[in-house]
Write a protein that binds this ligand. Structure first.
Ligand code: ZN
Length: 459
């Protein structure tokens, strides 16, 4: 066992030796503490200096892996050099006693180790300067890793950044503190260095933001936790302790699309539902036309009409989000926009076990900023039936038939009987020429790779 072969190494500089007994007692005390608290540590380095104008106390581990060790010692040396230079410079002009203190923690993180150095330096002014430097490395081969090594293969740093932004806003909201959206957005943007300090616990992913990362110095260091259940599909499964859902969720069968390959395609989409009467009437008749459609549902209605939602999904229709409360997203702050979107996805996931990835913003009010916040695919329309205005099945049918073209997306609302009747009449008329498919089926048939930064009006 490596841990039984512990030894310790103490580096004493000439100057420190002169300061004799007090320091030696200090060293002994320090060493003893660390022997008990770091079981896997082989060698630890202590440096202590006490001069009339400064004090310096540095503790760090000597890591077996040379690569990491070099980085650590180099980083510490840089701080020390800078500090000593400052001490020398200030010697003549100030009475202030400068101080440099470096401590560390070394933790296990699955098959990795995390080394956190905390560097406090006081070189005058109002407060200590604090820097935290974290190193993550593989226990076996010492290879240095970062947050991206913990991400699922299909997840991106953008996905994580999106969650981090939301939960940082949430932190400030909960604490009733003022915040600066822009500052937080920048401090949680998809850059590896924004995720330099993290830990994965059974509560979720903990992120530490040092001073100034997401707010002014007075906000202090901020630690947020992204709950574990939100990390599914983002952090690798082996690092999460989520148990498999005991509830069985409904299945949504995939259709064999080969029969549609030579047909023109139409995507009927229905917003503002689900509802009892109209939605079910539509579902009752889809098989007649070999049709499947897309529902952009409101999160606020999902629980009330959960049976209809399940039925639609189990038939192979596509479920997308139309936000929770149908608000104009242009009039909301980032936190409320994300809340409208996240709470809808949560509500749908609770019933269907899936999180939708298609979003239709109410009134089509979306822009690059909202698309970016939503982290979903934005689907709009190019045939507006204005069904809510006419409430006339014949007129709605005419609108669809006269504008139909291959790849069109038709906007309807499954809260009006007349809209459903109009849609069915149009299917009756167009069925020889067109196949009626969901947005996902259309994308697949047309071989399109979607882009989250765009809005789609047709395919
Ligand atoms: Zn709507």
């Amino acid at each position: 066992m490596k841990s039984s072969k512990r030894s310790k190494k103490i580096k004493l500089t000439k100057k420190a030796k002169i300061f004799g007994s007090i320091i030696i007692i200090g060293i002994v005390l320090c060493s003893l503490t660390f022997i008990h608290s770091n079981k896997n540590l082989e060698v630890e380095v202590h440096e202590i200096e006490e001069e009339k104008n400064y004090t310096l106390k540095i503790d760090y581990p000597e890591i077996e892996n040379k690569n990491i060790n070099d980085k650590v010692t180099k980083h510490i040396q840089q701080h020390k050099d800078e500090f000593l230079k400052m001490a020398e410079k200030l010697d003549q002009v100030t009475e202030t006693k400068l101080d440099l203190s470096i401590t560390y923690t070394l933790e296990d993180l699955f098959n990795y180790k995390a080394l956190h150095l905390t560097i406090y330096s006081f070189t005058g002014g109002a407060h200590y300067n604090k820097e935290i430097k974290s190193y993550y490395f593989n226990k076996e081969n010492g290879e240095e890793v970062n947050i991206t090594n913990f991400l699922e293969q299909n997840a991106s740093l953008e996905d994580l950044s999106n969650l981090a932004y939301y939960y940082t806003l949430d932190y400030y909201k909960q604490a009733n503190k003022e915040y600066d959206e822009e500052w937080i957005k920048e401090g949680t943007s998809a850059k590896i260095e924004n995720f330099s300090h993290f830990d994965i616990t059974e509560d979720g992913l903990k992120l530490l933001f040092p001073h100034y990362q997401v707010g002014p110095y007075s906000d202090g260091e901020i630690e947020i936790t992204i709950p574990e259940e939100k990390l599914k599909g983002i952090i690798k499964k082996e690092y999460l302790s989520i148990e498999e859902e005991p509830i069985t969720f409904p299945n949504s069968p995939k259709r064999d699309l080969s029969e549609f390959q030579n047909k023109k395609l139409l995507a009927f989409t229905f917003d503002d539902g689900p509802s009892n009467g109209p939605t079910n009437k539509l579902l009752d008749n889809l098989d007649k036309y070999n049709a499947r459609v897309t529902f952009f549902v409101l999160g606020s209605r999902v629980n009330t009409y959960n049976n209809t939602l399940k039925r639609a999904y189990e038939m192979g229709n596509l479920i997308g989000s139309h936000t929770y409360s149908h608000l104009n997203l242009f009039k909301l702050g980032d936190y409320d926009i994300m809340k409208e979107i996240n709470s809808t996805n949560d509500a749908i996931e609770n019933i269907l076990g899936i999180r939708p990835d298609k979003l239709r913003a109410p009134y089509g009010n979306t822009n690059e900023h909202i698309r970016n916040l939503s982290n979903m695919y934005s689907i709009l329309w190019d045939i507006d039936t204005e069904d809510w205005r006419y409430k006339d099945a014949e007129k709605i049918k005419e609108n669809i038939v006269s504008h139909a073209h291959d790849g069109a997306i038709i906007l309807l609302h499954d809260i009006y009987e007349t809209s459903v009747e109009g849609a069915l009449l149009a299917m009756e008329e167009l069925q020889n020429e067109y196949a009626f498919v969901t947005i996902d089926e259309m994308i697949e048939l047309k071989g399109i790779t979607l882009d989250k930064t765009k809005s789609y009006f047709n395919f």
